[in-house]
Design a protein around this ligand. Structure first.
Ligand code: MIC
Ligand code: SF4
Length: 645
């Protein structure tokens, strides 16, 4: 029987288990990437493992998230990251060099390899034919130590592409179509594998846009074959030697099929406040726009930016609009500066932003009250922009550029009088690796810098006989990690868990952490009750570390997203789901709960929770792997790694 490309890459990296859908497996990780906001914890954890040097093929540390400096914290974090990289054999990508996913694609990604990144958009690398997965920092630290990455062997969904996109319709509209079909929940432990003759019409950066935002569906990753287009991209990056041809067998069988005729697609958008709220751009044509932001790891390739420059050429940004543009990497920015595009952008009135995450993570450029913001990024969760009432729509670069000129939602397929630009995919990129710092052969002598904002990663205590405490918060469906652990203004506390913990659930209930501390002081445990798709979005393990620090012992939800569930187990918080969904109604904030004989109970799949306040029992599922069970019992992965050594 023929193999899917996913099966081929996974089986060549399989280290533990059998490759059967739904079964736990461990795979070897060739490449790792970290970014600064998750990286400090990842390297502190790697240091705690006591290894002199990283063991995997290639490890890169990027600084792209926290580049806005107010106070000393970010600059100190950057110094820690640079020195620890030199000491441990990691390549350091300096601030200004660009967004991790864009830069990794340009300079390091290789077809057929595995990549684990401490960022949920690591699947961007799937555009090059690699299995690229997002995970918590601790999982990445383990991979850097040469350990396997544990996952559930995924279902492989075939997305078969036919035809060719029309002018004004682009890769973003393809992934928005996929999001329309699959939504943002219910796709845990699946991989989207793209096939069909339509694949050949898409260039690597377009494929990467599609893989990048597959993360919003909650899939493990997305994957394209490696073909002639891949070879040409790598050749233009001076890396043709990294190319290998890869594709699924013609008779491969898949667990599902979605066919898309590219030639019939229309411009789409994700409306507030979820990447899954899809509508055609035409449905809001004429609505006024306050802000347009172009960039982020989804849409900031050279081709995207050049297209935008050519659309804006000769026009002035509408008076009601603030337009910000952040090219994805220094390579892209340099090329735009040399081909005249940067001049066109500046001339149009665009505000040129740093090549970094910036607006996408709410670091700056927050819209005004109820401000309508069109962005080419991938997440529009409520409040992520830094403005709770902000109305963020996710669109293609074409749709964004047109709105910047007209000041209104403008259907790119309508008669707007602006001609479609010639799309350029360079045959030679401007290669300049001078902003990477390559580690010395032996980093033993390197002094690692630690500022006062950087503390040791906290550890949990081994699991108690029974858990007794309160429902400290009850939340609804689709609670994202941005709700649990806000970024933006709070991002600079990523390396300081005691301070960052004060902001857990800040956007939902700013008194949560106080209640947790009060319960802790009384010797009581904290429980979180949630609806479906809890923990969607980011890979930030702080959404588990900080609740752990506040004495949260279990999360009881209708469903929990993959990366977050792994992070919970890594830090010793028990993930539980309802056997009977109706029981969600039987738990309220402040209810007193008891989980007796908890170690014994989690040995089986079902767990009985007592709600003392309501005098009733609730059946819960503890659907985890044996490895995760030992983490919970031992009080987290760091503890059990220590025991094993
Ligand atoms: C995001 O887009 O939410 C982030 C910021 O890149 C996160 C990582 C983080 O929280 O540091 C992600 O996607 O994993
Ligand atoms: Fe950065 Fe935004 Fe991409 Fe996250 S989604 S890596 S914040 S650009």
């Amino acid at each position: 029987m023929g193999k899917t490309l996913t099966e081929k890459i996974l089986s060549s990296h399989l280290r533990e288990g059998v490759l059967e859908t739904g079964k736990p497996i461990g795979i070897l990780i060739d490449q790792t990437l970290t970014q600064d906001a998750t990286g400090t914890m990842a390297y502190l954890q790697f240091e705690a493992m006591g290894l002199p040097r990283v063991q995997n093929e290639l490890a890169v540390s990027y600084v792209d998230h926290n580049t806005i400096q107010v106070g000393f914290e970010n600059a100190d974090d950057h110094r820690y990251l640079q020195t620890v990289a030199a000491a441990k054999g990691v390549i350091f990508s300096r601030p200004g060099n660009g967004i991790c996913h864009q830069v990794h694609l340009e300079r390091f990604g290789k077809p057929g390899k595995t990549l684990l990144g401490s960022d949920s958009h690591t699947p961007t690398g799937g555009g090059l034919g690699m299995i690229a997965i997002g995970a918590g920092g601790l999982d990445v630290a383990v991979a850097m130590a040469g350990g396997p990455f544990h996952l559930i062997a995924p279902k492989v969904i075939e997305i078969r592409l036919h035809g060719k996109l029309r002018n004004w319709v682009s890769a973003k509209d393809v992934i928005l179509t996929v999001l329309e079909r699959y939504g943002v929940k219910g796709n845990v432990n699946c991989i989207f594998e793209y096939t069909g003759e339509g694949v050949a019409s898409l260039e690597v950066p377009e494929r990467s846009t599609i893989c990048n935002m597959g993360a919003e569906c909650g899939v493990t990753t997305s994957l394209f074959p490696s073909d002639e287009k891949t070879r040409l991209f790598l050749k233009a990056q001076g890396r043709e030697a990294d190319w290998t041809e890869l594709a699924a067998d013609a008779d491969a069988t898949y667990d599902g099929l979605f066919e898309i005729d590219l030639s019939t697609l229309e411009p789409k958008m994700a409306c507030p406040h979820s990447p899954g709220n899809i509508a055609p751009v035409s449905s809001l044509a004429g609505k006024s726009v306050d802000q347009v932001l172009i960039g982020s790891c989804t849409n900031s390739s050279y081709a995207d930016m050049k297209k935008v420059a050519d659309i804006l050429d000769g026009h002035t940004v509408a008076p009601n609009v603030s337009l910000g543009i952040a090219p994805g990497s220094r390579e892209v920015l340099l090329m735009l500066s040399q081909d005249g595009s940067l001049g066109k952008l500046i001339q149009s009135g665009a505000r040129i932003l740093e090549s970094a995450c910036g607006f996408c993570i709410g670091n700056h450029q927050s819209p005004g009250t109820e401000g309508v913001s069109l962005r080419t990024s991938n997440r529009n969760f409520e409040g992520r922009s830094g403005t709770k009432t902000g109305q963020v729509y996710l669109v293609s670069p074409e749709t964004a550029a047109l709105a910047a000129i007209t000041g209104r939602f403008t259907d790119p397929l309508s008669d707007h009088g602006i001609s479609y630009p010639k799309v350029v995919h360079p045959t030679q990129f401007l290669i300049d690796d001078t902003m990477f710092v390559f580690p010395p052969e032996d980093g033993a002598e390197v002094q690692i810098f630690r500022g006062p904002n950087i503390g040791d990663p906290p550890k949990n205590t081994p699991l108690k006989e029974s858990l007794e405490g309160y429902v400290t918060i009850k939340v609804g469906d689709k609670i994202t990690t941005d709700h649990i652990m806000p970024a933006g203004a709070r991002l600079k506390y990523r390396s300081n868990i005691p301070v960052y913990s004060k902001y857990v659930f800040e956007p939902v209930d700013e008194h949560f952490s106080e209640r947790c501390t009060e319960n802790q002081d009384r010797g009581k445990d904290n429980f979180i009750v949630a609806g479906s798709s809890y923990g969607q979005g980011s890979s930030r393990e702080h959404a588990a570390i900080c609740p752990m620090y506040l004495g949260v012992k279990a999360v009881i939800a209708l469903s929990i997203e993959r990366i977050h569930q792994n992070n919970l187990c890594n830090f010793g918080i028990i993930p539980l789901t309802f056997v009977d969904e109706a029981d969600y109604q039987k738990l309220d904030q402040n209810d007193e709960l008891v989980l007796e004989n908890v170690k014994q109970q989690i040995e089986g799949k079902e767990v009985v929770l007592k709600n003392k306040t309501k005098s009733l029992e609730i059946r819960l599922l503890c659907d985890i792997t044996d490895e995760q069970r030992s983490m919970l019992i031992g009080g987290g992965l760091l503890n059990i790694l220590k025991e094993r050594n």
